[in-house]
Design a protein around this ligand. Structure first.
Ligand SMILES: [Zn+2]
Length: 261
């Protein structure tokens, strides 16, 4: 059965030494495909190279491109949109989403005006081209919802969600899915567990955010796309479901969102 990591960072420095082995490990663990995120135009060509490396190890790789809020000091809204245009025009690059984009109000950068401008420019571009968005949300759920309600968009994923159940439901009302990542594997993450029990199953997709956000069994290490089955297993336990039945539903969600990746 398909097992798709909807969020990882293949060109990350943490994978520079052994990406073929990382991709082969994912394949050996049953991961069939990943969606590789973009973080800034300066990294898009390294991302494309890393995607090719992962493909030659037998992993299917789909691409999302975008400018992450952490790079807001380096990328203007115009540059971010120009880069998306170039990617779209490039032969065979076929992005399935615009991401990773979003807002981070947890202190990495205080420049909220610039962050909003960078985010909205890319949200509008994605909506115009009918592409889903992959959202980075850190203490910014209400502001993201504000923009989603005011701009035409084609849905997407809230990744690494930190907000409340009520905010999660509002994202779902806006046609977004929630990414289920390593946070669910931490025994003390009661609020996340409660939320993942209560949210509708047809609103969830699986992700790792590798090499970031390792699960409980891998604290202090880099995360790997090959750890995705651990997130599926944790979700199956929380939902008291058989893994195969759960994955079948998750795969329907993933396909609805990205088509065939
Ligand atoms: Zn990410």
């Amino acid at each position: 059965m398909e097992l798709i990591d909807t969020h990882c960072h293949l060109e990350a420095q943490a994978f520079a030494e052994d990406l073929p082995a990382v991709a082969a490990h994912a394949v050996a663990q049953g991961v069939t495909a990943v969606v590789a995120m973009g973080v800034s135009p300066a990294d898009f060509s390294a991302q494309a190279d890393a995607m090719a490396v992962a493909r030659s190890a037998g992993l299917r790789v789909a691409a999302a491109y975008g400018s992450h809020p952490w790079w807001v000091e380096r990328v203007s809204p115009e540059e971010a949109v120009d880069a998306l245009e170039q990617v779209r025009a490039a032969n065979g690059s076929n992005p399935v989403a615009v991401g990773e984009i979003g807002l981070d109000f947890a202190g990495k950068t205080d420049d909220t005006d610039r962050q909003n401008a960078l985010f909205v420019a890319q949200l509008e571009w994605a909506g115009h081209h009918g592409l889903p968005v992959i959202l980075h949300e850190r203490k910014s759920a209400d502001r993201l919802l504000y923009w989603l309600r005011r701009r035409q968009h084609a849905g997407g994923v809230v990744h690494g969600f930190t907000g409340s159940l009520q905010q999660a439901r509002q994202f779902i009302d806006q046609g977004l899915y929630l990414g289920v990542g390593g946070a669910i594997t931490h025994p003390g993450a009661h609020r996340t567990h409660q939320m993942m029990r209560e949210l509708p199953l047809d609103a969830l997709v699986l992700e790792t955010d590798a090499p970031n956000q390792p699960g409980h069994a891998h604290r202090g290490e880099r995360n790997l796309p090959g750890y995705l089955p651990e997130n599926l297993a944790a979700l199956a336990r929380l939902r008291d479901m058989e893994e195969g039945a759960l994955l079948a539903q998750i795969n329907r969600n993933t396909r609805r969102l990205f088509g065939d990746v």
